[in-house]
Design a protein around this ligand. Structure first.
Ligand SMILES: Nc1ncnc2c1ncn2[C@@H]1O[C@H](COP(=O)(O)OP(=O)(O)O)[C@@H](O)[C@H]1O
Ligand SMILES: [Mg+2]
Length: 278
């Protein structure tokens, strides 16, 4: 795989020996990762391998039982300023009784009214929901609701945007559109994006850098830098030989029995034609 280092800057996010134990269950085992600034990084791994646990520790919502997370050089203790998160379950992250613009404004409600209004206007336009400000979430499709959740994250002007399986609950076409939306926003705003997914295709399509997690207790099995040109699109990018090669490689990594797991058979990860892993 390509081994070069992306950029020369200090990583936006540095994970050193990060572990998380729940009682006897070691969910995440000694994760080392350098997430580069102003790029899209993707953590890919099977369900239950500790992806959400990792994101919670990165966002300061949870604390590692071992190791350390640093954001912009400083140890993470509590939710850092400059970080925003988008969850898979948009229906639970939006307030159904609030209009779109009020939902987007909620996290920045303490800002002066004029600045708040300008940020909300910009964020809603950025996600393509101009004209939908007065709708309520329940009047919108799942994809549109997830756009609202992304706008809400953008309104806080994050330098680091974390996304936990953000498109796992929408149909394939909507998912493709949202993937393109995230790449366009990242390119326009230059923010650092870290996406967690169990979808191999999505990981290769989005990423500048992929962290492939093993089956639990999870470690980083491999770090892959993806040099596919940008802007990317679903038709030409996904038929490039390099895309196909990396996708095949990630698939093989996720299928490999974990030497540490009890019983090789149980740790095999099934893969479908769509690149999803069960
Ligand atoms: N709050 C918790 N208490 C106990 N175990 C947990 C908790 N959160 C996650 N786990 C366990 O940690 C492991 C990883 O879970 P999770 O991070 O949700 O995986 P993923 O997001 O990759 O599907 C699982 O075995 C899960 O049962
Ligand atoms: Mg999860």
């Amino acid at each position: 795989m390509t081994e070069h280092v992306l950029g020369s800057e200090v990583p936006e996010l540095q994970l050193t020996g990060v572990s998380r134990r729940y009682g006897d269950n070691l969910a995440v085992r000694s994760i080392d990762a350098a997430i580069p600034a102003h790029k899209i990084s993707v953590i890919v791994g099977p369900s239950g391998c500790g992806k959400s646990t990792l994101l919670r520790m990165i966002s300061g919502l949870d604390t590692p039982t071992d190791g350390e997370v640093r954001f912009e050089g400083a140890p993470v203790r509590g939710v850092p300023e400059g970080l925003a998160m988008v969850f898979q379950d948009y229906s639970r992250s939006l307030y159904p009784w609030m209009r779109v613009d009020k939902n987007v404004a909620f996290p920045i409600r303490r800002l002066p009214a004029a600045e708040r209004a300008e940020r909300v206007r910009f964020a809603i336009e950025e996600v393509g929901l101009k004209g939908k400000e007065s709708l309520y979430p329940w009047q919108m499709s799942g994809g549109m609701q997830q756009r609202v959740a992304i706008a809400r994250a953008l309104a806080s002007h994050p330098r680091l945007l974390l996304m936990d399986e953000p498109f796992a609950s929408v149909d394939a076409q909507t998912r493709a559109d949202l993937e393109d939306l995230v790449m366009r926003i990242q390119a326009e705003l230059g923010i650092t994006v870290l996406v967690v997914t169990h979808d191999i295709d999505e990981s290769v399509y989005l990423a500048d850098r992929i962290f492939v997690l093993s089956t639990p207790p999870s470690v980083v099995a491999e770090v892959i830098d993806v040099d596919l040109p940008r802007p990317r699109d679903h038709v030409s990018t996904k038929t490039e030989p390099e895309f196909v090669r990396i996708r095949g490689h990630v698939t093989s990594l996720l299928r490999r029995p974990d030497a540490d797991a009890e019983g090789a058979h149980g740790s095999l990860v099934a893969s479908t034609a769509a690149g999803e892993i069960a």
